[in-house]
Design a protein around this ligand. Structure first.
Ligand code: 5AD
Ligand code: SF4
Length: 457
């Protein structure tokens, strides 16, 4: 029997990566399709779903605290339920399964990363009998493509092309919880992309833990470049992808940054460290020299390309010398954005067995130096945009000022501009407008809409 959730409300709290955000959109799509209404806050919600991340310890700890504190939140007036239903999914659900309900007795449902589609059935069983319902699968037989999606923005879509990861970086728990890498077929991807274009989507972001190894399991060789070509051919306006592993980024893919109409001039290429010794200990399987070679080729194929990265500080055994290598890599590349992480020990990973005796204050001090360098690089990268006209895909208004449009440039920079006279925000959301940049700050650009015009409605 198909479950129904008529008159019920739900909210989803999402932690972690874009894959989780996308999975949350799928959950929202399913529950709305079965009659439930999405709300923003826990107070208004009859059903609360946590989409969790266990990449670092802090998110783990927070989840347990948040679920525990729900006990004290009263149900809304008019709810058809006698008790709020609480579900935990995503990576912590996958990793901890039954253990979660032992530690959090008022938790009703646990599901994993391979069985999103089971959630409505599990929720409905919990509503009916008030008991715990836990379902975690080892792996999914097929790529989960058939679930509906309630997208956060009408103009942008995430499109997963792989799930799982085969890389086993020594610090990372993802391969253990998300399982082996599985690719979707090219036909399936192209069909979903075509559907988005027909629905008016302007920007597609291809998703996978390592999109560059796409297709190895299906076709015996990576065919990521074919995905790029196929999605470009749908006529999509803007194409992006995340995440890339430097060891698998091919010359063919790099060349597409110079030739493929829709591919935006921005790439997230996690370096993790600038020290060969640490890169080897991390099992990253490339050297600093190889990484810098990729950056040189990318800049040759696409001058001005915006580069971003992930860096981990305080990996076990990292010395001051290793850290200085990382700092100099960041400065040499001149990233537009760097996501900085302090190493977090994850049980079950090879790095968890390494001697980890760098004092906390030393790591914090390195982290602060890195953040300072990152800000300097981001500021400098943005200066290059002064005086240029950039095409901005409008997302809404600035959080601080409701009369300022906010959107993204092709290089993924946040751009603000005053709303042109006679135009409403609603009519511009999802449109591309040309903005002349006259101010370049560390984390955003500001300017005015050029010629008072909207290039493409
Ligand atoms: N500790 C700190 N950062 C980590 N990441 C992955 N695992 C860990 C860990 N154990 C970071 C990496 C990765 C990003 C998504 O999270 O930089 O690229
Ligand atoms: Fe983790 Fe490495 Fe896979 Fe990224 S590539 S998900 S860091 S194991």
């Amino acid at each position: 029997m198909t479950p129904t959730f008529d008159r019920m409300t739900f909210c989803i709290h999402t932690f972690g990566c874009q894959m989780n955000k996308h999975d949350s959109e799928r959950i929202a799509g399913m529950l709305e399709g079965l009659g439930a209404s999405m709300v923003e806050t826990i107070e208004e919600a009859d059903i609360v779903v946590f989409m969790t991340c266990c990449v670092r310890e802090a998110a783990d700890v927070r989840l347990y605290g948040q679920v525990a504190s729900l006990k004290n939140v009263p149900l809304r007036a008019g709810t058809p339920l006698s008790k709020r239903i609480v579900a935990v999914g995503g990576c912590i659900g996958q990793r901890d399964g039954e253990k979660l309900t032992e530690q959090l007795p008022h938790l009703d449902v646990v599901f994993g990363t391979h069985n999103l589609g089971s959630l409505p059935g599990l929720l409905s069983a919990a509503v009916a009998d008030g008991a715990h319902h836990v379902e975690v699968l080892e792996s999914s037989a097929d790529f989960p493509t058939t679930l509906p999606t309630a997208r956060e923005h009408s103009w942008a879509a995430w499109l997963p092309i792989t799930v799982g990861c085969d890389n086993f970086c020594s610090y990372c728990i993802v391969p253990y919880v998300r399982g082996r890498e599985k690719s979707r077929t090219l036909e399936d991807i192209a069909e979903e992309a075509r559907g988005y274009v027909e629905a008016g989507v302007r920007e597609i972001t291809l998703l996978g833990q390592n999109v560059n190894s796409y297709g190895r399991d299906l076709y015996g060789e990576p065919r990521f470049v074919d995905v790029l070509d196929a999605v470009d051919a749908t006529g999509i306006e803007r194409l992006r992808f995340a995440t890339s592993h430097p060891k698998d980024l091919t010359d063919e893919v790099i060349a597409r940054f110079g030739t493929l109409r829709s591919l935006m001039p921005a790439l997230h290429l996690p370096a993790q460290s600038g020290s060969d010794r640490i890169l080897a200990a991390m099992n990253r399987r490339y050297t600093r020299e190889h990484y810098l070679g990729l950056i040189a080729k990318l800049r040759e194929a696409c001058p001005g390309i915006a580069l971003s990265t992930d860096i981990i500080v305080g990996f076990p055994g990292e010395t001051e010398e290793d850290f200085l290598q990382t700092l100099s890599l960041v400065e040499e590349v001149g990233y537009s954005q760097v996501f900085t992480f302090i190493y977090s020990k994850r049980e079950g990973t090879p790095a968890a067995k390494l001697v980890d005796d760098t004092p906390r204050e030393v790591i914090q001090e390195r982290f602060d130096r890195l953040v300072e360098a990152v800000q300097r690089c981001a500021y400098e990268a943005n200066q290059a945009e002064l005086g240029k006209v950039v095409d901005v895909l409008v997302e809404g208004v600035s959080k601080r000022d409701g009369t300022m449009l906010a959107g993204k440039s092709p290089k993924n920079q946040t751009v603000h501009a005053p709303l042109p006279e006679g135009r409403s925000v609603d009519e511009l959301v999802g449109a591309v407008v040309p903005v002349r940049v006259d101010e370049a700050r560390t984390w955003y650009l500001a300017g005015t809409v050029a010629d008072g015009g909207v290039t493409r409605p």
